[in-house]
Design a protein around this ligand. Sequence first.
Ligand code: CAA
Length: 292
Amino acid sequence: MNKNKIAVIGAGLMGNGIAQACAKAGYDVVNVDTFEDAIEKAKATVEKLFSRKVEKGSLTEEEKRKILSHNSYSKNLEDAKDAFLVIEAVPEKIEIKKDIFKKLDDIADSETVIVSNTSGLSISEIASVTNRPDKIMGAHFFYPAPVMKLLELVRGLVTSDETYHIVKEYAKTIGKTTVDAPEFPGFMVNRILVPMQNEAAYMVMEGSKPEDVDNAMKLGCNHPMGPIELTDFVGIDTMLATMTGLYNGFHDSKYRPCPLLETMVKAGMLGKKSGQGFYKYDAKGNKIGSNF
Ligand code: CAA
């Protein structure tokens, strides 16, 4: 087992960002995704982001080269083999996560800790498909993962103290602050944040302008982004999945997802990543108008 190697499974928005955060801290990271397209998109995103940082002066060419040298990509899950830590960041579907965990359980060293970046699915349920449920826990990053300082730690029913301490120590090495979040839907942040975004979507559905809702929260509460802007930023599908998880998990109508979100997802309006959300975006991701 290589004590400096981390495997990040999934090269989407979250997986790609988590891989960057680990590579920046000096870990050798392999970012695994079975879809070639996802890998190509991840590479292009990193290139664009890092070039902007170099232009801006917040990263030197030398630092860029060093971080990139720690970050590799693979289409083969077997490449997670000798990692001391595996971080799963595949789509928020319990069946997909269980399938990946079953495979990782066979591939990874028996001592390897495997964490899920799920934003609300049951860690105990995910762990139940493996032969190492004590070495499984939740480590929930926030978007954008290289920037946001928080890591929510979520223990399953049988996560061992040793696993918890390994992940807590790892968090420190990548400069994250941890909180212990309960194993209930939405954990800690999303249980508070996502209902606010959902309520904001209801206001747009009822006729308020997205800009007004966003300005209200930015100027009235000092939020760095308004709730509508944030929903487009994180992805409307991701936000809807979290809200649906709260609704189904607590069986409480106070968490009912806004129907407008469901319609938007059906229409393929997924936010910034698809170019259309509450706002419209150009190919560079700049806001160019509003859809409401
Ligand atoms: N990936 C990596 N880095 C990014 C990034 C991205 N997608 N977007 C911005 N950054 C970096 C920039 O490169 C820049 O870094 P440097 O300072 O080193 O140059 C830094 O972030 C600041 O970026 P900008 O100057 O372009 O913009 P900003 O100052 O307006 O900050 C922001 C951007 C950090 C995203 C800020 O608007 C913010 O904090 N927004 C709120 C984000 C938030 O609430 N996240 C939680 C989402 S909920 C969630 O994640 C839960 C879940 O389960 C999905």
